[in-house]
Ligand binder design. Sequence first.
Ligand code: UDX
Length: 448
Amino acid sequence: MNITVIGTGYVGLVSGVCYARLGHQVICVDKEPGKIALLNAGGIPIYEPGLKELAEAGREAGKLSFTTNLQDAVKRSEFIILAVGTPSLPSGAANLAYIEQAAMEVAAAMDGYKMIAVKSTVPVGTNERLAELIRSRSDQPFDSISLPEFLREGSAIQDTLYPDRIVIGADSKHAADKLVELHRPLTEHMIVTDIRSAEMIKYASNAFLATKISFINEIANICEKVGADVTEVAYGMGCDSRIGSSFLKAGIGYGGSCFPKDTSALIQIAGNVDYEFKLLRSVVEVNQDQRFNIIRKLKMIFGGELAGKRIAVWGLAFKPNTDDVRDSPALDIIQYLADNGVQVTAYDPIAAPNFKSLLNREGIVWCGDAASAAKDADALCLLTEWEEFGSFDLALLQRLMKRPILIDGRNVFKEEHLLGTDFVYYSVGRPSLNQGVKEQMPVLQFHS
Ligand code: UDX
Protein backbone atom coordinates (compact mmCIF):
# COMPACT_ATOMS: atom_id res chain seq x y z
CA MET A 1 0.00 0.00 0.00
CA ASN A 2 1.18 3.58 -0.61
CA ILE A 3 1.20 5.33 2.75
CA THR A 4 1.87 8.93 3.79
CA VAL A 5 2.60 9.65 7.44
CA ILE A 6 2.29 13.30 8.47
CA GLY A 7 4.45 14.24 11.46
CA THR A 8 7.84 12.69 12.21
CA GLY A 9 7.66 12.72 16.00
CA TYR A 10 7.82 9.49 17.99
CA VAL A 11 4.56 8.03 16.73
CA GLY A 12 4.85 9.16 13.10
CA LEU A 13 8.47 8.23 12.56
CA VAL A 14 8.29 4.82 14.24
CA SER A 15 5.02 3.97 12.44
CA GLY A 16 6.39 5.05 9.06
CA VAL A 17 9.58 3.06 9.51
CA CYS A 18 7.63 -0.03 10.62
CA TYR A 19 5.12 0.11 7.73
CA ALA A 20 8.12 0.31 5.37
CA ARG A 21 9.55 -2.72 7.17
CA LEU A 22 6.34 -4.58 6.26
CA GLY A 23 7.07 -3.81 2.60
CA HIS A 24 4.78 -0.82 2.05
CA GLN A 25 5.79 2.32 0.19
CA VAL A 26 5.98 5.01 2.86
CA ILE A 27 6.48 8.78 2.63
CA CYS A 28 7.05 10.60 5.94
CA VAL A 29 6.18 14.30 5.85
CA ASP A 30 7.23 17.04 8.24
CA LYS A 31 7.03 20.82 8.09
CA GLU A 32 10.51 21.27 9.54
CA PRO A 33 13.07 21.29 6.69
CA GLY A 34 15.93 20.72 9.17
CA LYS A 35 14.36 17.52 10.44
CA ILE A 36 13.70 16.21 6.94
CA ALA A 37 17.27 17.03 5.88
CA LEU A 38 18.58 15.13 8.91
CA LEU A 39 16.36 12.11 8.14
CA ASN A 40 17.38 12.14 4.47
CA ALA A 41 21.03 12.19 5.55
CA GLY A 42 20.49 9.03 7.62
CA GLY A 43 20.10 10.80 10.98
CA ILE A 44 17.30 10.32 13.51
CA PRO A 45 16.01 13.29 15.56
CA ILE A 46 15.13 11.12 18.61
CA TYR A 47 16.95 8.44 20.54
CA GLU A 48 15.15 5.13 20.10
CA PRO A 49 16.96 1.77 20.10
CA GLY A 50 16.86 0.11 16.65
CA LEU A 51 15.11 2.97 14.85
CA LYS A 52 18.12 4.28 12.95
CA GLU A 53 19.00 0.85 11.55
CA LEU A 54 15.42 0.11 10.51
CA ALA A 55 15.04 3.54 8.87
CA GLU A 56 18.27 3.01 6.98
CA ALA A 57 17.12 -0.41 5.76
CA GLY A 58 13.81 1.13 4.60
CA ARG A 59 15.59 3.89 2.69
CA GLU A 60 18.05 1.49 1.09
CA ALA A 61 15.21 -0.80 -0.01
CA GLY A 62 13.52 2.23 -1.63
CA LYS A 63 10.49 1.79 0.64
CA LEU A 64 10.89 4.86 2.82
CA SER A 65 11.37 8.53 1.97
CA PHE A 66 11.17 11.84 3.81
CA THR A 67 9.84 15.12 2.47
CA THR A 68 8.36 18.49 3.35
CA ASN A 69 6.09 18.29 0.30
CA LEU A 70 2.77 17.22 1.82
CA GLN A 71 0.80 17.86 -1.34
CA ASP A 72 2.86 15.55 -3.50
CA ALA A 73 2.96 12.83 -0.80
CA VAL A 74 -0.84 12.87 -0.39
CA LYS A 75 -1.39 12.60 -4.14
CA ARG A 76 0.84 9.52 -4.26
CA SER A 77 -0.83 7.70 -1.35
CA GLU A 78 -4.10 5.92 -0.74
CA PHE A 79 -3.64 5.80 3.02
CA ILE A 80 -2.83 8.99 4.97
CA ILE A 81 -1.87 8.89 8.64
CA LEU A 82 -2.03 12.02 10.78
CA ALA A 83 0.57 11.72 13.54
CA VAL A 84 1.27 15.33 14.45
CA GLY A 85 1.61 16.52 18.05
CA THR A 86 -1.37 17.31 20.27
CA PRO A 87 0.41 19.05 23.17
CA SER A 88 -1.42 20.21 26.30
CA LEU A 89 -2.98 23.68 26.44
CA PRO A 90 -2.69 25.49 29.79
CA SER A 91 -6.19 24.14 30.63
CA GLY A 92 -4.95 20.56 30.24
CA ALA A 93 -6.99 20.07 27.05
CA ALA A 94 -5.22 18.82 23.93
CA ASN A 95 -4.17 21.49 21.45
CA LEU A 96 -5.69 20.45 18.14
CA ALA A 97 -4.35 23.35 16.07
CA TYR A 98 -1.59 21.30 14.41
CA ILE A 99 -3.76 18.33 13.52
CA GLU A 100 -6.50 20.58 12.16
CA GLN A 101 -3.94 22.39 10.03
CA ALA A 102 -2.61 19.06 8.73
CA ALA A 103 -6.15 17.86 7.92
CA MET A 104 -6.86 21.04 5.96
CA GLU A 105 -3.62 20.63 4.00
CA VAL A 106 -4.53 17.02 3.22
CA ALA A 107 -7.97 18.17 2.05
CA ALA A 108 -6.41 20.72 -0.28
CA ALA A 109 -4.11 18.07 -1.79
CA MET A 110 -6.66 15.26 -2.28
CA ASP A 111 -7.21 14.16 -5.87
CA GLY A 112 -9.19 10.95 -5.33
CA TYR A 113 -10.35 8.49 -2.64
CA LYS A 114 -8.20 8.40 0.54
CA MET A 115 -8.33 6.62 3.85
CA ILE A 116 -7.37 9.18 6.51
CA ALA A 117 -6.36 7.77 9.89
CA VAL A 118 -5.53 9.65 13.08
CA LYS A 119 -2.76 8.11 15.15
CA SER A 120 -2.24 11.18 17.34
CA THR A 121 -4.04 10.94 20.69
CA VAL A 122 -7.11 13.12 20.26
CA PRO A 123 -10.23 13.80 22.35
CA VAL A 124 -13.38 11.87 21.58
CA GLY A 125 -15.13 13.47 18.62
CA THR A 126 -11.97 14.85 16.99
CA ASN A 127 -12.03 12.45 14.05
CA GLU A 128 -15.55 13.62 13.26
CA ARG A 129 -14.49 17.24 13.55
CA LEU A 130 -11.53 16.66 11.23
CA ALA A 131 -13.78 14.83 8.75
CA GLU A 132 -16.07 17.87 8.67
CA LEU A 133 -13.09 20.16 8.09
CA ILE A 134 -11.90 17.99 5.20
CA ARG A 135 -15.39 17.75 3.73
CA SER A 136 -15.73 21.51 3.83
CA ARG A 137 -12.52 21.88 1.80
CA SER A 138 -12.65 18.99 -0.63
CA ASP A 139 -15.29 17.15 -2.59
CA GLN A 140 -13.11 14.06 -2.96
CA PRO A 141 -14.29 10.82 -1.30
CA PHE A 142 -12.53 9.66 1.87
CA ASP A 143 -12.99 7.51 4.97
CA SER A 144 -11.98 8.55 8.48
CA ILE A 145 -10.31 6.07 10.80
CA SER A 146 -9.17 6.30 14.38
CA LEU A 147 -6.01 4.20 14.71
CA PRO A 148 -4.64 4.80 18.22
CA GLU A 149 -1.01 4.07 18.93
CA PHE A 150 0.19 2.28 22.07
CA LEU A 151 3.98 2.29 21.59
CA ARG A 152 6.29 3.05 24.50
CA GLU A 153 9.46 5.08 24.16
CA GLY A 154 12.53 2.89 24.48
CA SER A 155 10.72 -0.16 23.08
CA ALA A 156 8.80 1.57 20.29
CA ILE A 157 9.90 -0.75 17.46
CA GLN A 158 9.13 -3.88 19.44
CA ASP A 159 5.74 -2.48 20.51
CA THR A 160 4.86 -1.54 16.93
CA LEU A 161 5.96 -4.77 15.27
CA TYR A 162 4.61 -7.04 18.02
CA PRO A 163 1.57 -5.18 19.43
CA ASP A 164 -0.80 -6.65 22.02
CA ARG A 165 -3.67 -5.46 19.85
CA ILE A 166 -4.54 -3.10 17.02
CA VAL A 167 -7.55 -0.84 17.54
CA ILE A 168 -9.35 0.33 14.40
CA GLY A 169 -12.23 2.77 14.73
CA ALA A 170 -14.12 3.19 11.47
CA ASP A 171 -17.63 3.75 10.11
CA SER A 172 -16.76 2.33 6.72
CA LYS A 173 -16.51 -1.44 6.30
CA HIS A 174 -14.28 -0.95 3.26
CA ALA A 175 -11.72 1.08 5.26
CA ALA A 176 -11.91 -1.24 8.28
CA ASP A 177 -11.31 -4.31 6.08
CA LYS A 178 -8.37 -2.64 4.34
CA LEU A 179 -6.74 -1.73 7.67
CA VAL A 180 -7.31 -5.19 9.12
CA GLU A 181 -5.52 -6.57 6.08
CA LEU A 182 -2.69 -4.00 6.44
CA HIS A 183 -2.06 -4.92 10.08
CA ARG A 184 -2.58 -8.68 9.83
CA PRO A 185 1.18 -9.44 9.66
CA LEU A 186 1.54 -7.79 13.09
CA THR A 187 -1.17 -9.55 15.09
CA GLU A 188 -4.41 -11.48 14.79
CA HIS A 189 -5.77 -9.47 17.71
CA MET A 190 -7.63 -6.72 15.91
CA ILE A 191 -10.38 -4.69 17.57
CA VAL A 192 -12.68 -3.08 15.03
CA THR A 193 -15.04 -0.61 16.61
CA ASP A 194 -16.72 2.75 16.12
CA ILE A 195 -14.59 5.88 15.91
CA ARG A 196 -15.52 7.42 19.28
CA SER A 197 -14.86 4.18 21.17
CA ALA A 198 -11.46 3.83 19.51
CA GLU A 199 -10.56 7.38 20.55
CA MET A 200 -11.66 6.60 24.11
CA ILE A 201 -9.75 3.27 24.25
CA LYS A 202 -6.48 5.19 23.96
CA TYR A 203 -7.24 7.63 26.78
CA ALA A 204 -8.77 4.98 29.01
CA SER A 205 -5.74 2.70 28.54
CA ASN A 206 -3.22 5.39 29.44
CA ALA A 207 -5.35 6.62 32.35
CA PHE A 208 -5.66 3.08 33.70
CA LEU A 209 -1.91 2.45 33.50
CA ALA A 210 -1.27 5.78 35.24
CA THR A 211 -3.78 4.70 37.90
CA LYS A 212 -1.90 1.46 38.49
CA ILE A 213 1.31 3.44 39.02
CA SER A 214 -0.22 5.94 41.46
CA PHE A 215 -1.97 3.09 43.26
CA ILE A 216 1.24 1.14 43.83
CA ASN A 217 3.06 4.33 44.83
CA GLU A 218 0.49 4.97 47.53
CA ILE A 219 0.75 1.34 48.65
CA ALA A 220 4.55 1.90 48.80
CA ASN A 221 4.08 4.96 50.97
CA ILE A 222 1.92 2.94 53.35
CA CYS A 223 4.43 0.05 53.26
CA GLU A 224 7.06 2.48 54.55
CA LYS A 225 4.87 3.23 57.54
CA VAL A 226 3.83 -0.35 58.34
CA GLY A 227 7.13 -2.08 57.58
CA ALA A 228 6.02 -4.08 54.52
CA ASP A 229 7.98 -4.41 51.26
CA VAL A 230 6.16 -3.01 48.20
CA THR A 231 8.07 -5.18 45.73
CA GLU A 232 6.80 -8.29 47.57
CA VAL A 233 3.33 -6.80 47.71
CA ALA A 234 3.35 -5.96 43.97
CA TYR A 235 4.57 -9.46 43.16
CA GLY A 236 1.85 -11.01 45.29
CA MET A 237 -0.81 -8.82 43.69
CA GLY A 238 0.47 -9.29 40.15
CA CYS A 239 0.23 -13.08 40.35
CA ASP A 240 -3.54 -12.63 40.31
CA SER A 241 -4.27 -12.71 36.58
CA ARG A 242 -7.15 -10.29 37.12
CA ILE A 243 -4.63 -7.69 38.30
CA GLY A 244 -1.52 -8.47 36.22
CA SER A 245 2.05 -7.74 37.21
CA SER A 246 2.91 -4.88 34.84
CA PHE A 247 2.91 -1.20 35.81
CA LEU A 248 3.15 -2.03 39.49
CA LYS A 249 6.70 -0.77 39.96
CA ALA A 250 6.75 1.79 42.74
CA GLY A 251 9.05 4.77 42.30
CA ILE A 252 8.97 8.54 41.99
CA GLY A 253 5.96 8.56 39.65
CA TYR A 254 5.36 8.65 35.95
CA GLY A 255 6.52 11.29 33.47
CA GLY A 256 6.95 11.42 29.72
CA SER A 257 5.02 12.78 26.80
CA CYS A 258 1.88 10.68 27.24
CA PHE A 259 0.65 9.89 30.74
CA PRO A 260 0.79 13.45 32.14
CA LYS A 261 -0.75 14.92 28.98
CA ASP A 262 -3.38 12.24 28.44
CA THR A 263 -4.58 12.11 32.05
CA SER A 264 -5.04 15.91 32.06
CA ALA A 265 -6.82 15.73 28.72
CA LEU A 266 -9.20 13.00 29.91
CA ILE A 267 -10.07 14.99 33.03
CA GLN A 268 -10.83 17.89 30.70
CA ILE A 269 -12.83 15.71 28.26
CA ALA A 270 -14.95 14.48 31.19
CA GLY A 271 -15.31 18.05 32.49
CA ASN A 272 -16.57 19.19 29.11
CA VAL A 273 -19.54 16.84 29.49
CA ASP A 274 -20.10 17.86 33.13
CA TYR A 275 -18.45 14.81 34.65
CA GLU A 276 -15.87 15.17 37.36
CA PHE A 277 -13.35 12.34 37.00
CA LYS A 278 -12.45 12.27 40.70
CA LEU A 279 -10.39 9.10 40.56
CA LEU A 280 -8.16 10.38 37.77
CA ARG A 281 -7.73 13.74 39.50
CA SER A 282 -6.35 11.88 42.52
CA VAL A 283 -4.07 9.78 40.30
CA VAL A 284 -2.53 12.99 38.93
CA GLU A 285 -2.24 14.56 42.38
CA VAL A 286 -0.58 11.47 43.87
CA ASN A 287 1.83 11.36 40.96
CA GLN A 288 2.77 15.00 41.31
CA ASP A 289 3.49 14.57 45.01
CA GLN A 290 5.35 11.24 44.81
CA ARG A 291 8.51 12.82 43.38
CA PHE A 292 8.80 15.06 46.45
CA ASN A 293 9.34 11.97 48.64
CA ILE A 294 12.95 12.28 47.49
CA ILE A 295 13.12 15.77 48.98
CA ARG A 296 11.31 14.69 52.16
CA LYS A 297 13.78 11.85 52.66
CA LEU A 298 16.76 14.15 52.10
CA LYS A 299 15.35 16.65 54.59
CA MET A 300 14.77 13.93 57.17
CA ILE A 301 18.37 12.76 56.81
CA PHE A 302 19.88 16.25 56.96
CA GLY A 303 17.65 17.51 59.78
CA GLY A 304 15.65 19.79 57.47
CA GLU A 305 18.60 21.80 56.13
CA LEU A 306 19.67 21.20 52.54
CA ALA A 307 21.41 24.51 51.75
CA GLY A 308 25.14 24.14 51.12
CA LYS A 309 24.95 20.40 50.52
CA ARG A 310 26.36 18.77 47.42
CA ILE A 311 23.82 16.30 46.08
CA ALA A 312 24.40 13.99 43.14
CA VAL A 313 21.60 13.01 40.78
CA TRP A 314 21.83 9.89 38.63
CA GLY A 315 19.27 9.91 35.83
CA LEU A 316 17.38 12.78 34.19
CA ALA A 317 15.22 11.03 31.57
CA PHE A 318 11.63 10.17 32.56
CA LYS A 319 12.56 6.51 32.17
CA PRO A 320 15.59 4.56 30.91
CA ASN A 321 16.49 3.97 27.24
CA THR A 322 15.20 7.32 26.10
CA ASP A 323 16.59 10.85 25.93
CA ASP A 324 13.11 12.25 26.56
CA VAL A 325 12.86 14.46 29.64
CA ARG A 326 9.34 15.79 29.12
CA ASP A 327 7.57 15.91 32.48
CA SER A 328 10.43 13.95 34.01
CA PRO A 329 10.17 13.94 37.83
CA ALA A 330 13.87 14.92 37.83
CA LEU A 331 12.89 18.41 36.60
CA ASP A 332 10.91 19.23 39.75
CA ILE A 333 13.39 17.55 42.07
CA ILE A 334 16.45 19.34 40.69
CA GLN A 335 14.58 22.64 40.47
CA TYR A 336 13.66 22.34 44.16
CA LEU A 337 17.21 21.43 45.20
CA ALA A 338 18.77 24.27 43.21
CA ASP A 339 16.17 26.73 44.57
CA ASN A 340 17.13 25.69 48.10
CA GLY A 341 20.84 26.32 47.89
CA VAL A 342 21.97 22.80 47.01
CA GLN A 343 24.83 22.24 44.61
CA VAL A 344 23.51 19.52 42.26
CA THR A 345 25.92 17.32 40.32
CA ALA A 346 23.86 15.68 37.59
CA TYR A 347 24.49 12.82 35.20
CA ASP A 348 22.43 10.93 32.63
CA PRO A 349 23.87 8.63 29.94
CA ILE A 350 22.07 10.48 27.12
CA ALA A 351 19.35 12.85 28.30
CA ALA A 352 21.48 15.73 29.69
CA PRO A 353 21.34 17.91 26.52
CA ASN A 354 17.53 17.73 26.42
CA PHE A 355 17.33 18.34 30.17
CA LYS A 356 19.60 21.37 29.91
CA SER A 357 17.32 22.86 27.27
CA LEU A 358 14.50 22.84 29.85
CA LEU A 359 16.44 23.52 33.05
CA ASN A 360 19.93 24.95 33.08
CA ARG A 361 20.78 27.29 35.90
CA GLU A 362 23.24 28.19 38.58
CA GLY A 363 23.62 25.44 41.13
CA ILE A 364 23.68 22.54 38.64
CA VAL A 365 26.98 20.98 37.54
CA TRP A 366 26.68 18.68 34.51
CA CYS A 367 28.87 15.59 34.80
CA GLY A 368 30.17 13.30 32.06
CA ASP A 369 29.86 10.06 34.01
CA ALA A 370 28.24 8.53 37.07
CA ALA A 371 31.44 8.52 39.16
CA SER A 372 32.19 12.23 38.62
CA ALA A 373 28.66 13.13 39.67
CA ALA A 374 28.99 11.08 42.86
CA LYS A 375 32.44 12.39 43.79
CA ASP A 376 32.44 14.26 47.14
CA ALA A 377 28.64 14.28 47.26
CA ASP A 378 26.81 14.47 50.59
CA ALA A 379 24.08 12.26 49.15
CA LEU A 380 23.15 10.60 45.87
CA CYS A 381 19.63 10.37 44.42
CA LEU A 382 18.93 7.78 41.74
CA LEU A 383 16.01 9.06 39.64
CA THR A 384 16.10 6.94 36.45
CA GLU A 385 16.83 3.22 36.44
CA TRP A 386 19.50 3.13 33.70
CA GLU A 387 21.22 -0.25 33.65
CA GLU A 388 24.68 1.21 34.36
CA PHE A 389 23.51 2.50 37.75
CA GLY A 390 22.33 -0.92 38.93
CA SER A 391 25.71 -2.46 38.12
CA PHE A 392 27.76 0.30 39.78
CA ASP A 393 30.04 -1.07 42.53
CA LEU A 394 28.59 0.35 45.75
CA ALA A 395 31.86 -0.09 47.66
CA LEU A 396 33.53 2.15 45.09
CA LEU A 397 30.59 4.55 45.26
CA GLN A 398 31.02 4.81 49.01
CA ARG A 399 34.71 5.69 48.60
CA LEU A 400 33.87 8.38 46.06
CA MET A 401 31.23 10.12 48.13
CA LYS A 402 31.75 12.45 51.06
CA ARG A 403 28.96 10.69 52.95
CA PRO A 404 27.44 7.33 52.08
CA ILE A 405 23.84 8.39 51.65
CA LEU A 406 21.83 6.84 48.82
CA ILE A 407 18.22 7.63 47.95
CA ASP A 408 17.09 5.11 45.38
CA GLY A 409 13.97 6.51 43.71
CA ARG A 410 13.49 3.45 41.48
CA ASN A 411 14.21 0.51 43.81
CA VAL A 412 17.22 -0.50 41.72
CA PHE A 413 19.39 -1.89 44.52
CA LYS A 414 18.81 -5.07 46.47
CA GLU A 415 20.04 -6.17 49.88
CA GLU A 416 23.03 -8.05 48.44
CA HIS A 417 24.30 -4.88 46.73
CA LEU A 418 24.40 -3.08 50.06
CA LEU A 419 26.13 -5.82 52.04
CA GLY A 420 29.56 -4.73 53.27
CA THR A 421 28.83 -1.04 52.74
CA ASP A 422 27.84 1.60 55.28
CA PHE A 423 25.23 3.26 53.12
CA VAL A 424 22.34 5.02 54.71
CA TYR A 425 19.93 3.75 52.10
CA TYR A 426 16.35 4.72 51.36
CA SER A 427 14.31 3.29 48.54
CA VAL A 428 10.56 3.39 47.85
CA GLY A 429 8.30 1.27 50.03
CA ARG A 430 11.01 -1.10 51.28
CA PRO A 431 11.71 0.04 54.86
CA SER A 432 13.52 -3.17 55.80
CA LEU A 433 16.33 -2.16 53.41
CA ASN A 434 16.86 1.15 55.16
CA GLN A 435 20.37 0.13 56.05
CA GLY A 436 22.05 2.40 58.52
CA VAL A 437 18.70 3.63 59.77
CA LYS A 438 17.23 0.31 60.90
CA GLU A 439 16.19 1.86 64.18
CA GLN A 440 13.72 3.85 62.10
CA MET A 441 11.73 0.72 61.16
CA PRO A 442 8.22 1.67 62.19
CA VAL A 443 6.85 0.58 65.53
CA LEU A 444 3.20 -0.15 64.91
CA GLN A 445 0.56 1.24 67.25
CA PHE A 446 -2.80 -0.48 67.42
CA HIS A 447 -5.78 1.60 68.35
CA SER A 448 -8.90 -0.12 69.55
C1 UDX B 1 3.14 5.27 27.57
C2 UDX B 1 2.25 4.03 27.30
O1 UDX B 1 2.81 2.89 27.95
C3 UDX B 1 2.10 3.78 25.81
O2 UDX B 1 1.20 2.71 25.57
C4 UDX B 1 1.57 5.06 25.16
O3 UDX B 1 1.43 4.90 23.77
C5 UDX B 1 2.47 6.25 25.46
O4 UDX B 1 2.60 6.39 26.90
P1 UDX B 1 5.76 5.81 27.60
O5 UDX B 1 5.37 7.15 28.10
O6 UDX B 1 6.74 5.72 26.48
O7 UDX B 1 4.46 4.98 27.10
O8 UDX B 1 6.41 5.00 28.81
P2 UDX B 1 5.96 3.87 29.86
O9 UDX B 1 6.90 2.76 29.74
O10 UDX B 1 4.53 3.56 29.77
O11 UDX B 1 6.29 4.63 31.23
C6 UDX B 1 5.65 5.85 31.58
C7 UDX B 1 6.11 6.33 32.93
O12 UDX B 1 5.61 5.49 33.95
C8 UDX B 1 7.63 6.37 33.12
O13 UDX B 1 7.98 7.56 33.80
C9 UDX B 1 7.92 5.16 34.00
O14 UDX B 1 9.06 5.36 34.81
C10 UDX B 1 6.65 5.10 34.85
N1 UDX B 1 6.35 3.76 35.34
C11 UDX B 1 6.00 2.76 34.48
C12 UDX B 1 6.37 3.51 36.71
O15 UDX B 1 6.67 4.41 37.52
N2 UDX B 1 6.05 2.27 37.17
C13 UDX B 1 5.69 1.25 36.33
O16 UDX B 1 5.41 0.13 36.82
C14 UDX B 1 5.67 1.51 34.94
